[in-house]
Ligand binder design. Structure first.
Ligand code: FAD
Length: 385
């Protein structure tokens, strides 16, 4: 692969994107279509979309659902994930959802389905808007959307009488997919994380090579250390090389953006997670698991059985020994994600920071589709002469 970028050391680019996760790549593709002279500087290609080295499982973002309309053409869709295959483990016992249901939980479950359907409709309408509007503009144009993204999830749960189903299932399911407690997120994040209950949801592979093909030569694998605002340009220092640009797009996690700009940036708090990929055989009382096994009060959030029989494990802390869960096992790979998701609290961030500076990614709403949309929006917004 020839990665020699166009331009020379004195070139002033129309735009430079730092970070080649889904938001940076979506932005690059949009700039490419518009004919801007741009570069992408990134430590890797894909960021939090990461496959295991054997390409059999997702070590980063795990699932997509049918609501991911914009990224759908770039996905190879694998196995469907069904909530009927979710098992819960507590106090030495494994139970399917069916066995745990009672009348009260069924009624709360039906109420939750109606709420999710309404939220889905709103999200779809806003997905279209967000391509051409900032997240904050989209919020101010829709009362429902605004209400959910500023309301703490616990308040919403109380108002809608969803306490029992939350304690019994949702708390654990949420922690297993977004790695934090319901009490630390807003209603928008809470409902987004529950959409797989009403949307066909799948394991996937993002077709990165096809996606980047039109602008592959404009990607440089490097680590940016510093950005400096000059008169009408930004200078970026990356591994002892300097780059100049009229517009600077930071498509990196918030703490990295803050370090690059040398200033504090207010965004939602980070969750983090340790992901283990291992081959092994579960202990007898866990063996029923076909799909996802969710734990409570354990150092691991969940175990996801893969099509090849291996497991992806999400853990709260470093696990030295898995023999409590596996009769025998062999660790293949692991990865610490910090952040995994930027979702705790109610902050919203303006993507256009003024003065030719932009921030894109999953700062306002979590996940692949949301991060992608911020990249498209800023890619469409940037002015150049
Ligand atoms: C374990 C896990 C499970 C998840 N599950 C799901 C899921 O099931 N569904 C879903 O929709 N989402 C999921 N997510 C969230 C999803 O992965 C993210 O929301 C999305 O990938 C964020 O994309 P991004 O472009 O904003 O950031 P990132 O993917 O983090 O991209 C940032 C890029 O910047 C680069 N970079 C960082 N610092 C520098 C620097 N100094 N110089 C140059 N480059 C730099 C990085 O290498 C990376 O390429 C999950 C995330 C994790 C970690």
């Amino acid at each position: 692969m020839d990665l020699t970028p166009p331009g020379n050391k004195d070139t002033i680019y129309d735009a430079i994107i730092i970070g080649a996760g889904i938001s940076g790549l979506a932005c690059a593709r949009t700039l490419q279509k518009r004919g801007l002279n741009f570069l992408v500087l990134s430590k890797d290609i894909g960021g939090r979309i990461l496959r295991t080295k054997d390409n059999q499982a997702n070590l980063g973002a795990y699932y997509v659902h049918k609501g991911y309309k914009n990224i759908w053409p770039w996905l190879k869709i694998n196995r469907r994930i069904s909530w009927q295959n979710i098992y819960f483990y507590k106090d030495g016992k494994t139970q399917s959802i069916w066995k745990m249901l009672n009348l009260r939980l069924i009624l709360e479950g039906l109420r939750l389905m109606l709420i999710l359907k309404k939220f889905k409709r709103k999200l779809e309408a806003n997905g279209k808007r967000i391509e051409t509007q900032s997240f904050n503009q989209a919020l101010s144009n829709d009362e429902h959307f605004k209400n959910v993204f500023y309301k703490p999830a616990t308040q919403f749960i109380k108002e809608n009488k969803l306490e029992n189903i939350t304690t019994r299932f949702l708390n654990q399911a949420i922690a297993s997919s977004i790695f934090c407690d319901v009490s630390s997120i807003n209603t928008g994040v809470f409902l987004s994380a529950l959409l797989p209950l009403i949307m066909p949801t799948f394991e996937y592979e993002f077709k990165i090579k096809d996606f980047i093909a039109p602008f592959e030569k404009q990607i440089i694998i490097t680590e940016a250390q510093k950005t400096v605002k000059k008169q009408d340009t930004y200078e970026i220092l990356a591994d002892a090389k300097k780059f100049q640009t009229k517009n600077l797009i930071l498509a990196v996690p918030a703490h990295t953006a803050a370090a690059l700009l040398q200033k504090e940036i207010k965004v939602k708090g980070d969750t983090n997670v340790l992901v283990y990929y291992l081959e092994g055989e579960l202990v007898t009382n866990l063996k029923k698991t076909k799909g996802m096994l969710i734990f409570s009060s354990e150092p691991i959030y969940c175990a996801l059985k893969q099509q090849n029989g291996n497991y992806i494990i999400y853990a709260k802390n470093k696990i030295e020994n898995f023999s409590k869960y596996f009769i025998r096992y062999k660790l293949i790979e692991n990865k610490y994600w910090n952040p995994a998701l930027q979702i705790m609290g109610n902050e919203t961030l303006a993507e256009d920071r003024g003065d030719g500076l932009y921030m894109i990614g999953d700062y306002n709403a979590a996940g692949l589709e949301a991060a992608y949309l911020t990249g498209v929006y800023i890619g469409n917004t940037i002015n150049y002469v």
